[in-house]
Design a protein around this ligand. Structure first.
Ligand code: DWN
Length: 406
């Protein structure tokens, strides 16, 4: 995107400026600090088509490469979610021997369920390291970004897809028209394209500003998705909210006229119009709440520090990079972050350079409080870490508001 709306070419208007930010998943070794990359993190809304988007997303290769440190299978709940989705796709794509393509198949969390059942599938995944974890689960994938060219190659070698799925991927593809053109070409007439992404309505309502980072080029509304797919001869036929990742929307898309459009689509768009979620007053109020949240979180962390209480972070999420750097959180406020991902261990958080330690250290650290950066996995984590609370440990939350969980 070069200062133009990725969907319609109008000039988007910036409504939230986070300033210079490091790459959200740019975890660094100690010797790499001097070479760290920064970019401007600014969120804009198109005055013409109302698509909410990053004003200047970094080049995809900077973010998604062979050292991509996010592995989807780190959450038990997400594993269940994607098993349900895989089963639904196999059931609903409407043929006996389906071919299912997943865009951004990561470590095979979804396609492994097709592989296990002998269902023909293909993942399209640009990051070799996460794809290797998928291959170990029996998932077949190709190493590349999905666009119109990739779609043409898959079509030539494998034929049409009966279903195309993308979970937390479409909002990452800045060249959205090329990706949607590819989907329209690759999908069998009558097939289904199902994708889910964090929903702007939930981000707004929960002041979940940490969903804004380099990888998320778009913050979709149902209305915006409907307009986007219509430009490619497709139709939004269902919109179904999901609890995962702090509030997501699952969109079901088909070639125009091939499937019945459910009432959910009109209902969501009606709700969006009534709430004005993509209009200047809502965007200005979001900005004000984000700024207030920053003040509250910093004040709380300073209180803990000044009282001599030890605070750690829980989950070195992509989202935490925005919170930590926007709020100016340094290791004197959060001394380390524990995480279950081996690829992050021994590294330092982007920008603030807070040490990342294995989850195995969490109990031994005996921190007085932990900032729940992985708040979207809250139920799973609180259940797993009951012992932390039992011995008096406090959880610090910042979504939807800054507070200590009592
Ligand atoms: O869109 C994206 C979402 C879906 O996933 C990507 N751009 C990247 C990634 O974002 P994230 O890093 O914010 O996702 P999560 O799922 O919130 O990350 C959780 C992190 O916390 C992982 O590094 C694993 C870790 N974790 C942990 O240490 N203990 C997770 C769980 C559930 C745990 O119990």
């Amino acid at each position: 995107m070069t200062g133009r709306c990725a969907a319609c070419g109008a000039a988007p208007e910036v409504f939230l400026d986070f300033g210079r930010m490091p790459l959200a998943n740019g975890f660094l070794a100690a010797g790499e600090f001097d070479a760290e990359r920064f970019f401007d993190l600014r969120v804009a809304c198109c005055p013409s088509c109302r698509l909410i988007q990053l004003a200047e997303p970094p080049a995809p290769q900077l973010m998604f490469n062979d050292a991509y440190p996010f592995f989807s299978s780190t959450s038990r709940r997400m594993g269940e979610h994607f098993e349900e989705l895989a089963l639904a796709l196999m059931r609903e794509c409407g043929v006996r021997d389906p071919f299912i393509v997943e865009l951004g198949s990561n470590d095979g969390i979804l396609l492994q369920h097709c592989a296990r059942r002998g269902v023909r599938h293909l993942g399209v995944e640009p990051s070799a390291n996460v794809a290797a974890a998928g291959a170990a689960r029996g998932v077949r994938s190709i190493r590349r970004f999905f666009d119109g060219d990739a779609a043409g190659e898959i079509l030539a070698s494998c034929g049409h897809a009966d279903a195309i799925v993308a979970a937390n991927v479409m909002c990452h593809i800045a060249d959205i028209h090329s990706a949607l053109a590819g989907v329209a070409a690759l999908l069998r007439p009558g097939g289904l394209f199902v994708f889910e992404d964090p929903y702007w309505g939930d981000i707004l309502e929960r002041t979940a500003y940490d969903q804004v980072y380099d990888e998320h080029a778009f913050y979709f509304t149902v209305g915006a998705v409907r307009s986007l797919v219509e430009r490619h001869g497709m139709e939004l036929v269902d919109a179904c909210p999901q609890q995962v990742h702090g509030g997501s929307m699952r969109y079901t898309v088909a070639h125009a006229g091939r499937r019945t459009v459910r009432a959910s689509v009109g209902a969501w768009i009606g709700r969006e119009r009534a709430s004005g979620l993509d209009r200047p007053p809502a965007l200005a109020s979001f900005r004000a709440r984000v700024e207030a949240s920053r003040g509250d979180l910093v004040a709380l962390l300073r209180r803990f520090r000044d009282d001599g209480r030890r605070v750690v972070g829980y989950g070195a999420t992509s989202k935490s990079t925005t919170v930590i750097n926007y709020c100016g959180i340094t290791p004197d406020l959060v001394e380390c972050i524990t995480d279950t991902t081996p690829a992050k261990h021994g590294k330092y958080s982007p920008g603030a350079h807070i040490p990342i330690r294995p989850h195995a250290d969490f109990a031994a650290l005996r921190a007085d409080a932990a900032v729940l950066f992985a708040w979207n996995h809250r139920d799973e984590i609180l259940e797993k870490e009951r012992a932390f609370r039992d011995r008096g440990g406090k959880w610090i939350l910042f979504v939807p508001s800054v507070r200590v969980l009592e």
